[in-house]
Design a protein around this ligand. Structure first.
Ligand code: TTP
Length: 196
C-alpha cells in the first residue's frame, strides 16, 4: 500500500494575525486571499454569519485549486444583538468604542475547512465574552490615533494596545484575536492533519 503525503494546507486570509496564529501550530501552509468580506443578512444569527463567511472565504479559494485543504475564518463583535465588523473610518471606530466601553460584548469567530479536491467541507465557531473598561472620549480618540483599531472587528485589538482597555475575558483568547486554535486543530484532525 502506498502512503500518501498529507494535503497541503492553504490559509484563505489576508489577515496577518491569522497567518501568525496558524504559524504557531507549526504546520506548513501557503496563503491565498479571497475577495469575500462583509455580508448583510439580518435574518442570520451571529453564529450563522461567521460560519457562512468562513465557508465562503474557504470555498472562494478552493474553487481556484484542484487539491489542498483550504481554511477560511471570520470574526465579528456582537453587542446587544448588533454586529460590529471592521470600522469604515475613524468616526465609525469612535462610534463602536463608545458603545463597547464599560460593557461586556461577545466575539464570534468561525473556522471552515474545504477539501478542494472533493468539495467536502466542515465549519464550526466559538465565542468569547470580553469586558471593556470605561473609557473617556479623550481615551477613545487617543486609541484611534494609534490607527490600531482601523482593520479590526469592533475597532480594537486585544493583542495590541487594546490589551490596556480589556478588563477580562470569558472563553478562548484566540477566538478574539481572529483564529480559534483549539477548534482549528480539531477540524484539521478530521481532515487527516492532526497537530499532535
Ligand atoms: C476583536 C479583534 C479582532 N481582530 C481582527 C481579526 C480579523 O483580522 C479582523 C476581523 O475581520 P475579518 O473580516 O474576520 O478578517 P480580515 O478581513 O482581517 O481577513 P480575511 O477576511 O482576509 O481573513 O479583526 C483582532 O486582530 N483583534 C481583536 O481583538
Amino acid at each position: 500500500m502506498t502512503t500518501e503525503k498529507h494535503d497541503t494546507l492553504i490559509l484563505a486570509s489576508s489577515s496577518p494575525r491569522r497567518r501568525e496564529l496558524l504559524q504557531a501550530l507549526g504546520i506548513p501552509f501557503t496563503v491565498m486571499t479571497s475577495d469575500v468580506d462583509e455580508m448583510t443578512a439580518p435574518e442570520l444569527s451571529a453564529r450563522q454569519v461567521v460560519e457562512e463567511l468562513s465557508l465562503r472565504k474557504a470555498r472562494a479559494v478552493a474553487a481556484r485549486l484542484t487539491e489542498g485543504i483550504v481554511l477560511g475564518s471570520d470574526t465579528i463583535v456582537v453587542l446587544d444583538g448588533q454586529i460590529l465588523g471592521k470600522p469604515i473610518d475613524e468616526a465609525d471606530a469612535f462610534r463602536m468604542l463608545s458603545m463597547l466601553q464599560g460593557r461586556e460584548h461577545t466575539v464570534y469567530s468561525g473556522v471552515a475547512l474545504v477539501d478542494a479536491a472533493t468539495g467536502r467541507s466542515e465549519v464550526a465557531h466559538s465565542h468569547t465574552a470580553v469586558k471593556i473598561r470605561p473609557l473617556s472620549e479623550a481615551e477613545i480618540k487617543s486609541y484611534i490615533a494609534t490607527k490600531e483599531p482601523m482593520d479590526k472587528a469592533g475597532s480594537y485589538a486585544i493583542q495590541g494596545i487594546g490589551a490596556t482597555i480589556v478588563e477580562g475575558i470569558t472563553g478562548d483568547y484566540f477566538t478574539v484575536v481572529g483564529l480559534p486554535l483549539c477548534l482549528t486543530s480539531k477540524l484539521l484532525a478530521r481532515f487527516g492533519m492532526p497537530i499532535l
